[in-house]
Ligand binder design. Structure first.
Ligand code: BGC
Length: 471
């Protein structure tokens, strides 16, 4: 790996009138700056965790699930018909209709629903799945589809053990969901049961996919060299095309299949302690205040649900040391999650000074100094660069591992979409860490949901092929 020893490479600099203050802030923030040595250590750790995760009998447990998705085929452009897709992962849930016609652009119709908190967090799973079934009904009614029999692809963006294309057993909840009794249950069965309870819909769940897989599939329908799907949103995760011979833990039959999509589940990277060497005190506080403590180490370092909270924790420390806002702590600033990843994105934009002032006003700071603004902007820049660097380390590892001539990385997610610098930072960091690889990072908007619809089409095609060979 060739990591620049030039420490100024995309490393934001803080310049203040007050040099003593500048030095004190820099000292506190320095823990978040990744040195070439740390970068190398993260990359080596990621690569060995991937190998462990693919082994049949690993000598120690990996924090990377490296889950086989059982999707051996990408779209071939011949998919035909109407398919439904559900996309569940954040607080917004989507129902999508995808119309596929060979030789034509896919048409899609989307409706968003908000999953209320009492359904996202609770003791029983049925209310969640009944809610999903109700939304499907609402969507079908509005689009005049109630009479139709439709196959459905379920994009369920949580760690699952996939036993088949249509069996996804929940390993753990993440992000803003926590319904413990669903852990260990098959999400497809729970959805099918809810549809059956209603009894008024002719919908059949034929495939379940993670959002990264949906994004890769959607990407592959646009760019034939797409081989990585990345979600950089509320949470973060990636999947890629792995050679079947390297998936040592796959015991089942897999004749004639050369590559399969593997869902890495890298949000949990480090849950076994292997990333402790790089966690700062701020990361530990973010984790301690999160919904599911001591899990999803990697995701909590930078993903959309946590980036703003990370900045807020550093702000609190600087306020406490009287380096910011003359030591004044507003009520809003004391509120968990009051500072968000959207705020970081706005402050990282070209009119960041103005945005920073507006945001600080809403947080109870109507009059701030130029130094206050410069410090806040610096914190947003440092945490963003760290986040982009960490994701890039893993992507560079994947590119180096796959050794393909050219790889398109299909990306979806609010952080990537809204943050004005992530794309460029990642492009530069990956080029630096995988200098021999050719790649491009492409937005696959709504990739997860639309990809789930495409997977439903592939599942139907595979079923028809199997039926043909059996007859
Ligand atoms: C989930 C992954 C998902 C990622 C992005 C993580 O919290 O565990 O399954 O792909 O979020 O939505």
């Amino acid at each position: 790996m060739n990591i620049s020893t030039n420490s100024n490479f995309h490393s934001p600099r803080l310049i203040l009138e007050d040099k003593r203050k500048e030095e004190s802030v820099n000292q506190i923030v320095s823990a978040l700056v990744l040195t070439p040595e740390l970068i190398k250590q993260i990359q080596d750790t990621f690569e060995s965790e991937m190998e462990l995760g693919l082994m049949q009998n690993p000598p120690k447990a990996s924090s990377l699930q490296m889950e086989n998705t059982f999707i051996p085929e990408l779209p071939n452009g011949k998919e035909d018909g109407d398919f439904l897709a559900l996309d569940l992962g954040g607080t917004n849930f989507r129902v999508i209709l995808i119309r596929l016609k060979p030789g034509h652009q896919a048409e899609s119709y989307v409706q968003y629903y908000t999953v209320p908190e009492f359904i996202r967090i609770g003791d029983h799973g049925e209310p969640l799945f009944d809610f999903l079934a109700e939304c499907i009904h609402d969507f079908m009614k509005k689009n005049d589809l109630l009479e139709k029999h439709l196959p459905l692809g379920f994009c369920f963006s949580f760690p699952m053990v996939q036993k088949a294309l249509d069996i996804g057993v929940l390993v753990t909840w993440t992000k803003s969901f926590n319904i413990p009794s669903v852990v260990g249950e098959d999400a497809v069965k729970m959805l099918n049961d809810a549809l059956e309870r209603r009894g008024d819909l002719q919908v059949n769940v034929v495939a379940v996919v993670n959002d990264t897989t949906g994004t890769l599939i959607k990407g592959a329908s646009l760019y034939p060299d797409c081989a990585i799907g990345l979600i950089l949103g509320t949470g973060c995760n990636a999947c890629y095309l792995e050679k079947v011979e390297r998936i040592k833990k796959w015991d089942g039959e897999h004749p004639g299949i050369d590559e399969v999509i593997v869902d890495i589940e890298w949000g949990a990277f480090g849950d076994n302690g292997v990333l402790d060497f790089m966690k700062t005190e701020f990361d530990k506080i973010v984790d301690n205040n999160s919904l599911l403590v001591s899990s999803f180490t990697f995701e909590k370092l930078f993903a959309g649900k946590y980036l703003g909270e990370l900045v807020r924790q550093i702000l609190l420390c600087l306020i406490d040391d009287k380096l910011l806002f003359r030591g004044k702590l507003s009520n809003m600033m004391m509120t968990h999650n009051a500072f968000t990843a959207e705020h970081v994105s706005e402050i990282e934009s070209q009119d960041g000074d103005l945005k920073a002032r507006e945001i600080l006003e809403t947080l109870g700071y109507p009059s701030v100094t130029d130094d206050d603004i410069a410090i806040l902007r610096h914190l947003c820049a440092v945490t963003s660069v760290r986040g982009a660097r960490i994701v890039s380390i893993c992507l560079a590892s994947l590119l180096n591992r796959m050794k393909k001539e050219f790889v398109t990385v299909a990306i979806d997610g609010s952080l990537y979409n809204k943050h004005p610098k992530f794309h460029q930072l990642m492009t530069d960091f990956i080029a630096e860490m995988a200098p021999e690889r050719k790649f491009k990072l492409m937005l696959a908007e709504d990739g997860s949901g639309k990809g789930a619809g495409l997977v439903a089409a592939i599942a139907e095609r595979l079923k028809a092929q199997k039926h043909k060979t059996e007859v």
